[in-house]
Every structure is written in C-alpha cells, then in structure tokens.
Design a protein around this ligand. Sequence first.
Ligand SMILES: Nc1ncnc2c1ncn2[C@@H]1O[C@@H]2COP(=O)(O)O[C@H]2[C@H]1O
Ligand SMILES: [Fe+2]
Length: 275
Amino acid sequence: MESLFTLPLVDGAKVRILQITDTHLFAGEEQTLLGVNTFRSYRAVLDAICARNHEVDIITATGDLAQDQSLEAYHHFAQGIARIDAPCVWLPGNHDFQPAMVDALAEAGIRPSKQVLLGNQWQVLLLDTQVFGVPHGEISEYQLEWMTRCLDQFPERYTLIMLHHHPLPSGCTWLDQHSLRNAHTLAAVLEDYPQVSTLICGHIHQELDLDWYGKRLYATPSTCVQFKPHCTNFTLDSLAPGWRYLTLHPDGRVETEVCRIDSDEFSPDADAEGY
Ligand SMILES: Nc1ncnc2c1ncn2[C@@H]1O[C@@H]2COP(=O)(O)O[C@H]2[C@H]1O
Ligand SMILES: [Fe+2]
C-alpha cells in the first residue's frame, strides 16, 4: 500500500478539507458529457473556490476524475488543482483507469497516499471500491484489512473515511444498482470503531446527508452534470456544479457544507438518457 502522508498542523488546529468529485474530464478540452463541457465546468468550480478564499489544508478527489481513461484527462485535473495551495490526495472511481491515474498524477506531484494523518487528532482513509469495468463498487477483503490496520494503528485519532461508491440506497433506483454492493461488510467492521463518525462519497452526483448504521454519510455534487434525487430512471438535474468543504474539529466534530457555482451555464442536455 502507498505510503502514509503526514500533514503537521498547529496543535489543536481545525482541519479544513476540500472535496472535489466526479470531474469526468476528457483528453480534449472541448469534449462534453451529456452536453456539459467538463473541462470548463471544472474550471468554473475552481474559479469559485479561489474566489471564496476557503482555507484548505488538504484537497481530496473522490474518483471519476477522467471519463475517457486518458493520461491527458488526469493532466487537466492536476493542472487545475494546482491553483489551490494545498496538497491533494485521491481515490479511484468506476470510470478511472488507475495505471494512467497513478502515473499522470504522480508526475504532477500528487501523491497516491491513502492514509493521511492531519495534525494530532485526525486521520483520513481513502478506500478503493472500484471493480474495474463495471459501475458498481465493492470493498475487497484486502481493503477491509488495510482499513482495520490503519484504525488499529491510531486508535486515539478520529478517522474520516472516504470512498467513491455510496454504501446505502440513495433514493435513485437507477443509481442504487451501481452502489457499494457489499456495504454491510464495511458497516460490520466499522461498528467496532466509534472513532469513525463520518463517511464521504461521490459517484451519485448529488448532495446527500443520511444516517448509515449510526454513522453520518455525506455525498457530494459533481463538478459537471448533476443527477436528480429520488428518481426511478436516469434523470438529470439542472442544479449547478459544486464541491464540499469540511471542517474537522479537534474534539471529533465534523462540520460540512456543499457549495455550488453561481451560474446556469452548465445545464445538461435535457433529452439525454444515459452515458
Ligand atoms: N441510463 C442509465 N441507466 C443506468 N445506469 C446508467 C445510465 N447511464 C449511465 N449509467 C451509469 O450510471 C453511473 C452513475 O455514475 P457514473 O458517472 O459512475 O457512471 C454512470 C454510468 O456507468
Ligand atoms: Fe462513479
């Protein structure tokens, strides 16, 4: 497993995390997903983040960074994220191609670390739930063992778990066939770890805030197209692209907000039926 990444912070400081997810970038800057230019919507999100002057200790990118598996798409991601003055870590989504992802991001100085120690009170673990070639996710025995090891290694640290796939029904039937299939095994392991209060995912291109086996599960809008909540069949939403900002407090509390760009420039093709 990739090396541990340690970010020293002043003792007692809050940890500020920016989550970017589902950028679905292509090699070409003019390419579109369901009528949305994902390169431009990503750039618009970064513009909005920079304009807000969020204080950011670390950026977390939670998968589906590329739509076309190309090295160039990951280069676009890295060039964009370099505008924010904070280290970035990532995990893969179902669309990602990890050989290209690892190389292109590492070349840009973005580390593949999946265990991050932030100051003295917090740890972030980035899970890989990709099953290559299919949209649904699974947590492997290896990932579960690794996660358990990290939790046992730092029992005194509050731990935030991040993953691409949603571990619980989102309320969109068509998306719920693409969820984390063996979420119950993850829940069974986490039951023994009260220092994990919160999990964060991407994948479903919408904001969600639900209780999951006594833990809090948040999902985050994509930087490109949005899916409409509570739909049986594939349905796009006209909400703007967005991101999530999290504040982890030294006493274990997690504060979070979803932000969106203030523009209707990135409305998707209303007639699209999938991709
Ligand atoms: N019409 C559709 N019905 C069911 N699944 C779809 C449809 N269109 C796209 N998908 C899949 O649903 C996934 C949801 O998010 P992803 O971006 O991971 O990738 C998407 C596709 O793999
Ligand atoms: Fe996805």
